[in-house]
Design a protein around this ligand. Sequence first.
Ligand SMILES: Nc1ncnc2c1ncn2[C@@H]1O[C@H](COP(=O)(O)OP(=O)(O)OP(=O)(O)O)[C@@H](O)[C@H]1O
Length: 252
Amino acid sequence: MLEVQSVSKSFDGFRAVDDVSFSVARGSIVGLIGPNGAGKTTTFNLIAGTLTPSAGSVRIDGRAVEHEPAHRRIAAGLARTFQIPKPFGEMSVLENVLVAAQDQAGERIAPNLFARGAVRRREKANIERARDIVAFVDLGKVERLPAKSLSGGQRKLLELARVLMAKPKLILLDEPAAGVNPALLETIMERIETINADGVTFLIIEHNMDLVGRLCGEVIVMAEGRVLGRGAPSEMARDPRVIEAYLGGAPA
Ligand SMILES: Nc1ncnc2c1ncn2[C@@H]1O[C@H](COP(=O)(O)OP(=O)(O)OP(=O)(O)O)[C@@H](O)[C@H]1O
């Protein structure tokens, strides 16, 4: 589903991502872990197209996308969430999900008077779909509240709902557990499992090893811009190179 090959990214001569290669099999949930500053978020940005690699290639579902803008990668089936979700605070939960719809039929064919019926039908279908997705992530009871009233964990669920609207094949999740209370974390993990059971592939940046251990069949460990190793979470947690990288990154 995803192939990252020899990708590098430098900022003013500093190699934040240095010759990184890995692949993610269709239908899997893979973790991307490593100490702070390892290059994980930069790697996500290179996959999503918010940054252009200095070198290397990215393939999504067999399609070379490294020269394509972010919106084309979304069309190729890619979705991503952010470490700190930024919903439209004044808009309702439901509206936030609705504006994430790929198929903004109203905008595209609005000038055509004869298409008005079709637009209305499409909008109705989108609203129904948004409402189903909002219910799926357990936000049905708060769908009319402004997004700014949601807790940190609910915002993570809202982000998940927003990306689902685009019917992605591959979802990049940036720290889904960060700032989430244990009860909501359980909901988040269950929803990820359900979405994955429907065939969606995940690559997840996460520091919470409970989530990683439960969801990720494999983890890719990064440190100082490079891939240090790959394997089962329990295996990687015992790997001396991985332990060294984490200890090296910890404050003295
Ligand atoms: N736009 C930028 N300009 C300059 N340096 C950057 C930029 N983005 C990231 N870096 C640097 O690249 C390195 C990797 O950062 P990145 O955010 O990818 O790490 P990370 O593994 O996601 O860390 P964390 O777990 O703390 O989020 C860091 O040293 C960071 O300071």
